[in-house]
Structures are given as C-alpha cells and as structure tokens.
Design a binder for this molecule. Structure first.
Ligand SMILES: [Zn+2]
Length: 178
C-alpha cells in the first residue's frame, strides 16, 4: 500500500511525476502549494510532551468538550496508545515549527487548535482545517462541536464550509458536507 509522505494516509490513486521523487496525496500537494509555509504530519511519540504542554494550558483546554483540567503524563500516553484505528491526529507545522494539532475521531468529528498563539492571525488554522476537510471528504458529513462562547472557532469552521445544525445547549453542533 502506498501512503502519502506528508500525512502518511493511504493514497488510492498514485500520481507520480518525474519532477518530484516524493509521493503526496492531493490535499497535501495543495497544502505545499499554498503561500503559507504550512505542513501536516501525523502525531508521533516525539510530539507528546509538547502536546501535553499545549493541552494543559487553560486557555486551550477551556475549549475542549471532554477536558476540564490539565492532563497528566501517564493518562496522555495511555490516550495516545489506545486511540481507535480510524482516529487520526496530526501536528500542524508553520514556518518549520510545530504550532498546533488537527484530528478526526472515530465519529468523524474534527478537532483543531493552535497551541502556539504566535501562529494566530496568519490563516494557519483555516488552511489546516480546509486540508482536513479535503483529506477526509470520504467520511462526510464531518462533524464539530463548539462552545457557544468560542466565537473565533465558530467563525473558523463556518469559513471552511461547516453549517450549524443544532444549538440546543451550550455546545453548538456543526456539520460539513463536501
Ligand atoms: Zn497527505
């Protein structure tokens, strides 16, 4: 099986050309052609300490539905090792450094955050979320749940084509269909 050199997900139709010796999927190829210097890589062991630090910042985890306090290391490692096979976590790199994460879980819910606040305001999250929508277009409708007070995230998902489907409680449901 051929996998993409960037996101490491399987590639169905491999298009090799002579100008490039690496094989990347179409969404990753598109990402490389963006004006912004952004790339997406699968989360690996060597990212776990940084992700733990990001996700233990209350400014970050206040937006997470399933997390109410800082993470601890052993739970974090257990989470990493016990992820479902159809869950995928990626690290977003901007200007050659790690700035955040984007993921899809087994219920087709998309999550995204920037742990490095200096990356805000450059279109990084928008570009990464659009990449995720393209990469997982075979799993639509893609879903998201965003807190009613998190207006920045609501604008981000709406900008990328997500539509609000329910607002019955403080967590708004969003859906994306390609
Ligand atoms: Zn790829």
């Amino acid at each position: 099986m051929t996998v993409c050199n960037d996101c490491e997900l399987p590639i169905e139709r491999v298009k090799k050309d002579n100008t490039e010796d690496s094989v990347v999927c179409n969404p990753c190829r598109h990402l490389r052609n963006e004006d912004l210097d952004i790339s997406i890589r699968p989360l690996s062991w060597k990212d776990l300490e940084l992700v733990l630090a990001w996700r233990s910042n209350p400014e970050i985890y206040q937006h997470f539905r399933l997390q109410e306090g800082p993470l601890n290391w052993s739970e974090h490692v257990k989470w990493y090792e016990s992820r479902d096979s159809d869950r995928h976590d990626f690290i977003i790199r901007y200007l050659n450094r790690r700035v955040g994460g984007v993921s899809i879980d087994s219920t087709d819910e998309i999550g995204i955050y920037l742990g490095d606040f200096s990356a805000h305001g450059h279109g990084v999250a928008t570009t990464a979320l659009k990449w995720a929508c393209a990469r997982f277009s075979d799993r639509t409708p893609l879903l998201a749940e965003i807190h009613e007070k998190n207006e920045a995230s609501q604008r981000l998902f709406e900008r990328c084509g997500f539509k609000k489907t329910s607002e019955n409680d403080s967590w708004l449901k969003y859906s994306y269909d390609s």
